[in-house]
Write a protein of this length. Structure first.
Ligand SMILES: Cc1cc2nc3c(=O)[nH]c(=O)nc-3n(C[C@H](O)[C@H](O)[C@H](O)COP(=O)(O)O)c2cc1C
Length: 242
């Protein structure tokens, strides 16, 4: 199609990396590209914390699963929604920061767009990435290890490095299952994904994982709630979630 679309369509998460270090210049280029993502009213409600300290990385790796790649990837970032700067600016202007759920949502959306732009930039430079939702297993510990202040919401981690594996691409739903015209489609059409279910089962089998259809994976995952204390944590960081 074109090199940008080809790059996007070639994405797969990378979970094993070579030891090759990432030059700071590449990191700064990727972060600058991340910053150019659209941001709600230019509030730029995000930051990322690069964690280099081996002890911190080992602790984060442990609480994220354990997931060894968090300790071993050449670079690891914690991606955060960030309202702290906004709060400080209001304080210093002698005004009261007064935001509700919208501000939390904006920070999550802004941080996700920032991170994905950063990811695409890294991938365009030949790096592989893996997002790490596992850090939400224990956010109070993440806060303690990295001394995260009020107003900052750790959302997910990001491992980056030169790939030491070439995994098969994970298939996605057919385009017409996510691209609707004018109206949301009817429930039968939403769940008519037999061909995709078969393709997904084959994909898992090819990876040596337990072969399950996508629908089976979803039925398993969505009937077991996880990470039950996230609301309490984000509220304790200053978010209003009502
Ligand atoms: C926010 C987020 C959190 C994720 N957390 C993890 C994680 O903790 N560990 C992991 O191995 N993969 C993680 N992933 C990677 C997904 O499993 C992966 O993107 C998905 O299965 C699709 O595969 P692909 O990226 O190879 O196309 C995460 C992805 C996202 C977007």
């Amino acid at each position: 199609m074109n090199p940008t679309v080809d790059l996007l369509c070639a994405h797969r998460s990378i979970r094993r990396f070579t030891d090759e270090p990432i030059p700071d210049e590449h990191v700064r280029t990727a972060v600058a590209a991340g910053q150019m993502a659209s941001t709600s009213s230019a509030v730029q409600a995000y930051c990322c914390i690069r964690v280099r300290d081996p002890e911190s990385r080992a602790q984060l790796a442990e609480l994220a699963g354990p997931q060894e790649k968090v300790a071993r990837a050449p670079a690891f970032f914690l991606i955060c929604g960030d309202t702290r700067r906004h709060r400080l600016i209001c304080d210093r202007a002698g005004q009261t920061y007064d935001q509700k759920l919208e501000a939390f949502l904006v920070s999550v959306i802004d941080a996700s767009l920032f991170a994905q732009n950063m990811v695409v930039a890294f991938e365009s430079m030949g790096y592989g990435i893996c997002y790490i939702g596992g850090i939400r297993n224990n956010l109070p510990a993440v806060k303690r290890i990295l001394e995260i202040p009020e107003g900052v919401y750790p959302l997910f981690g990001l491992c980056v490095g030169k790939p030491a594996e070439t995994p098969v691409r994970r298939p996605r739903l057919p385009i017409d299952a996510v691209l609707f015209e004018e109206r949301y489609c009817d429930d039968d059409a939403v769940t008519s994904i037999d061909a995709y279910d078969a393709q997904y089962r084959d994909y898992l089998a090819s990876r040596g994982a337990e072969p399950r259809s996508w629908s089976e994976s979803i039925a398993h995952r969505m009937t077991h709630a996880s990470r039950l204390n996230l609301g309490d944590f984000y509220r304790s960081q200053g978010a209003v979630l009502d």
